[in-house]
Write a protein that binds this ligand. Sequence first.
Ligand SMILES: CC(C)(COP(=O)(O)OP(=O)(O)OC[C@H]1O[C@@H](n2cnc3c(N)ncnc32)[C@H](O)[C@@H]1OP(=O)(O)O)[C@@H](O)C(=O)NCCC(=O)NCCS
Length: 168
Amino acid sequence: MSMMSIRAATPRDREAIRLVEEHAFGQRAEAGLVDALVTGGDAVAELVAEEDGQVVGHILFSRLFVQSGGKRFPAVALAPLAVEPSFHGSGIGGALIREAHIRLKDAGETLAVVLGDPDYYGRFGYSHGRAERFESEYQGDALQALAWGDAPATGKLVYADAFTALAA
Ligand SMILES: CC(C)(COP(=O)(O)OP(=O)(O)OC[C@H]1O[C@@H](n2cnc3c(N)ncnc32)[C@H](O)[C@@H]1OP(=O)(O)O)[C@@H](O)C(=O)NCCC(=O)NCCS
């Protein structure tokens, strides 16, 4: 019987994480983004899902600031999320999101932002309504947010430098 478990990523997982990201997205950009975020010290929560000792899923939340009136409110950005294609649809992506949310809440985080399919992320509490007043170059239906406590609903979203490099 197979057993799925979720744990914090460690430095020894880097190569396995790179492969899961490449397989899930069919390109190298997201794997490169992960490396850049981790190297830049911007990772806030990073988890892997293991199936029989093999890394088959990965999620990363990085530091994001909501900037308003000279103040910066710390929030987190969910990106990327990847599951090895042969394991799609077995609940691994959802389990990674839920476990990461628990850990982020425990750590005192109150706001998460994601850019993705509302049909998928809506299942986990994200909504465009919570994000629609943020100023962002990614503003649109795919920009969603989830707040667990007091957090701003307006302000400019400032992502980690690695995202700027990705868009360049
Ligand atoms: C998106 C992804 C992480 C989901 O992982 P997963 O382990 O298959 O997800 P779960 O098993 O928790 O959930 C599967 C459900 O989500 C649905 N789903 C998956 N991707 C979806 C999407 N983009 N939009 C809407 N629904 C989606 C599936 O149809 C399935 O629905 P069901 O429960 O009704 O059968 C995975 O498909 C993946 O790695 N995709 C490629 C990379 C990617 O697009 N990442 C997210 C963008 S950052």
